[in-house]
Design a protein around this ligand. Sequence first.
Ligand code: MIC
Ligand code: SF4
Length: 643
Amino acid sequence: MGYTIAEKIIKAHLVEGEMIKGTDIGLRIDQTLTQDATGTMAYLEFEAMGVPRVKTERSVAYIDHNTLQTGFENADDHRFIQSVAKKHGIYFSRPGNGICHQVHLERFGIPGKTLIGSDSHTPTGGGIGMLAMGAGGLDVAVAMGGGTYYITMPKMVRINLTGKLSPWVAAKDIILEVLRRMSVKGGVGKIIEYGGEGVKTLSVPERATITNMGAELGATTSVFPSDEITKSFLRAQGREADWTELKADDDAQYDDILEINLSELGPMAAAPHMPDNVKTIEELKGQKIDQVLIGSCTNSSYLDLMRVAHILKGKTVHPDVSLGIAPGSKQVYNMLAANGALADIIAAGARILECACGPCIGMGQSPNSKGISLRTFNRNFEGRSGTKDGQIYLVSPETAAVSAIAGVFADARELGEAVEIPMPEKFLINDNMIVPPAPVEEMDSVEILRGPNIKPFPTSEPLPEKIEAKTLLKVGDNITTDHIMPAGAKILPYRSNIPFLSNFCFAVCDEQFPERCRTEGKGIIVGGSNYGQGSSREHAALVPLYLGIKAVIVKSFARIHLANLVNAGIVPLTFVNEADYDTIDQMDELEIPDIRELLGKSEITVNNKTKGSSFKVSCQVSERQRDIILAGGLLDYTRESVK
Ligand code: MIC
Ligand code: SF4
């Protein structure tokens, strides 16, 4: 039997387990990346492991999220990360160099390699044929130390692309179509592989837009073949030697196959507040808009912004609209400046933002009250923009640009004939903002610079024989990490200060939650399906840990968040009968006897002491995860094994 692309990469990196779907496998990790919002914690954890030098082929620390410096906190964290990187063998991408996923694709990504990153959009690397996955900071720290990365062997889904996109229809519309069909939980436990004749019509950055937003499907990752197009992209980046061919065998087996005829797609938008709430442009056309933002790791490549510049050239942004543009990398920014496209963008009235995540993570540019904001980003979760009642729509750069001029949702196809913007034969290569680590012989003399914002991370206690605690919060389906641990300009600077962050835990859902936790001292959270979707931020587990949360009982979990809960030593449980969710009320007192013994079992009794009833839950953790929880979290469990 032949192999899929993902199976080939997994096979070449398998260090534990067998490639049997649904079982735990351990992978050797070639590359890691971190960004600053998760990086400070990841490097504190790396330091705590006591490994002097990273053992990966390449590890890169990016500064791209916390670039608003309204106090000392972010700047201090940047200096901390820079000094850790220098000492421990990590390349450092300075603030201003761009968004981690865009820069990694341009300068470091290699087909056939494994990459994990402390950011859920790490699968962007799938656009260049990497097996690239988002992970919690601690998992990344372990991988940097040479430790194995564990996932559940995913199912394989193939998406066959046929035909060719119509003029002004974009890669973004392809992934919006996939989201429309599969939903935000449709990818859980799966790797999405793209194939078919249509693949040849898509450039590497377009493929990367698609794999990037595979994160919104909940997929483990997404991957494209590495072909002649990949080769010419790498050649244009001066890295042809990094190319290898990668394709699925003809007789590879897939668990599911989807067909998408690119010729049939039109422009689409994901309406508030979920990336799978997809509408056609026909349904929205003519509605007034307030803001347009172009950028983010999904859509800020050279090709994206050249198309935008072409649309804006000689026009003026509608008087009722604020248009912000953040190029994805210094390379993109520099090239637009050199060829005059930036001048066209400025002349049209766009507000040029730093090349960083910026408004995508609520770092500025929050829309007006109830403001309708069109963004080329990947997430439109409630409150993420920084304006609680902001109405965020996710669109392609083409739709964004035409709408910014029109002042209403507009259909870019009305521009008529397509504009051919060729992929550059050579990108502008200047790695002067990437600082290499100190040579081994000098590492001991590198001083680590720590600011006062860095507080110790919370430690968990060994799991008791039984958990007895109140349901301190009951929430519904599709709770995101932006609900659990919000980000944004006011809170993000405190990512290395768990006590401070805890004041904002679940603030979007229930502002009283942190106070209740403090009063009660311990608690349980009850939730619906796809709990913890979105970000890889381990803070969404560390903060509840700090607040005394012992267990989370839900209908189903998102992959990375489940791993983060285990790493923090919090017990993840799922209802055996989903209907039991309805029998629990907030503040009900629950009791889970013999939990130490029952971890990993599929039927565990929970007594609802308030209601005098009981129900069954399952604890779907592997043996290794059970040992991690018993040990009080991954850090303690790992410390000895990677030395
Ligand atoms: C996001 O897009 O939500 C983030 C901010 O990039 C996160 C990481 C974080 O919370 O720091 C992610 O996607 O993992
Ligand atoms: Fe940054 Fe937004 Fe991409 Fe997250 S999704 S890495 S915040 S640009």
